[in-house]
Write a protein of this length. Structure first.
Length: 348
């Protein structure tokens, strides 16, 4: 099977010029020893899992989308599911339309998360070879060229546009307004210690988008739910950033992990309080029932437990507790889903 790579003429020249200007050409000099490089390659190959069953020529593109690491897609999808299900509860939407919209958003989360990773790797290609965890990524390791990545990104954005066109026009405009954040997030780690702020703003856009997708416009409910996702993302992505803080400091890559340092856990407690305050306010204004509050209580417990047990100086501990946020996001969603189910059955 041959991978079809269309001509880069399909891309707008101005876009190609901007990307090429935003970061210098890939330099394959590494600050790591041959042993480090061999270990990184071995770990990458071991982590491919079922991707090894695909033709070798397309595997690097699947890695570019992080298909072998679905946690990003699941975290991106969680606020979407919160919003869709809460809007369905508020409007007593039929199950079929709710499931359909969840399916659309699931595809959208998969595609746009992949596009975001491609953008990130394009702009960070001169930084990724300075961090042990990222030096085997497809572009910085030379397995995918910049031109090939640009064409692939154009294809991803085209699929994303098709998904977005399945939504009402006002919802389409709201979704399109997030693209500037998606495209510029990787640049902020060069100029500020708070790139997580930009990531959190765009990563939770689905908490806004899910309501109009279900025909519900209620800003007093939408804004607090969006903010709760924002504070949650600030929390878990800072834990994620603590994995690489040693290499980031050497490479000049900025993050909240470096900005907060030993104060991180104290700030995490503040983020949890802010998240739960906003989340509870959103549910209260939406008229949610007991399932919502039970889910919120258990979700809060999981967040507090994560803050208590994570070892921010141990990359493996950070990685484990970062991944645990998938279950936490599902905990919040299941609480909303219980109330929606009870409403469909006529009990609420």
């Amino acid at each position: 099977m041959q991978l079809f790579i269309p001509s880069t003429r399909l891309l707008r020249p101005a876009f190609c010029w901007r990307v090429s200007r935003l970061a210098p050409l890939v330099r394959f000099q590494s600050t790591f020893s041959a042993e480090d490089l061999a270990r990184a390659k071995e770990e990458r190959l071991a982590g491919l899992g079922y991707l090894t069953k695909f033709p070798p020529k397309i595997i690097p593109y699947m890695e570019l989308m992080r298909i072998e690491k679905p946690i990003g897609t699941k975290l991106l999808l969680s606020p979407c599911l919160w919003a869709i299900t809460m809007a369905a509860y508020m409007s007593s939407a039929p199950l079929a339309s709710t499931v359909y919209m969840m399916s659309v958003f699931s595809v959208g989360a998969f595609v746009m998360r992949g596009a975001g990773c491609t953008i990130n790797d394009l702009l960070d290609r001169n930084l990724d070879n300075k961090v042990a965890r990222t030096m085997e990524r497809p572009i910085t390791s030379g397995r995918v060229s910049v031109k090939q990545a640009l064409v692939f990104l154009a294809a991803q954005m085209g699929v994303g546009l098709v998904v977005l066109l399945q939504l009402p026009m006002d919802c389409f405009l709201l979704g399109a307004s997030s693209l500037a954040l998606v495209g510029t997030y990787p640049l902020f780690k060069r100029v500020t210690y708070y790139p997580q702020v930009v990531l959190s703003l765009c990563f939770n856009w689905g908490a806004l988008l899910g309501f109009p997708a279900m025909g519900v416009w209620n800003w007093p409910v939408m804004i607090p739910l969006y903010l709760s996702g924002f504070f949650w993302c600030m929390h878990y992505d800072t834990i994620y950033a603590h994995q690489d803080k040693k290499f980031d400091a050497q490479a000049g890559i900025k993050s909240t992990a470096l900005a907060w340092g030993d104060k991180s856990k104290t700030i995490f407690h503040g983020l949890t309080a802010a998240q739960m305050g906003c989340y509870t306010l959103s549910g209260y204004l939406a008229g949610m029932g007991p399932g919502f509050y039970l889910g919120a209580a258990y979700g809060a417990y999981r967040l507090l437990r994560m803050t208590q047990l994570v070892d921010l100086d141990d990359p493996k501990s950070c990685g484990f507790w970062f991944r645990e946020n998938i279950k936490t996001g599902h905990t919040f969603w299941l609480g909303i889903l219980v109330d929606y189910s009870l409403r469909l059955l006529g009990y609420l």
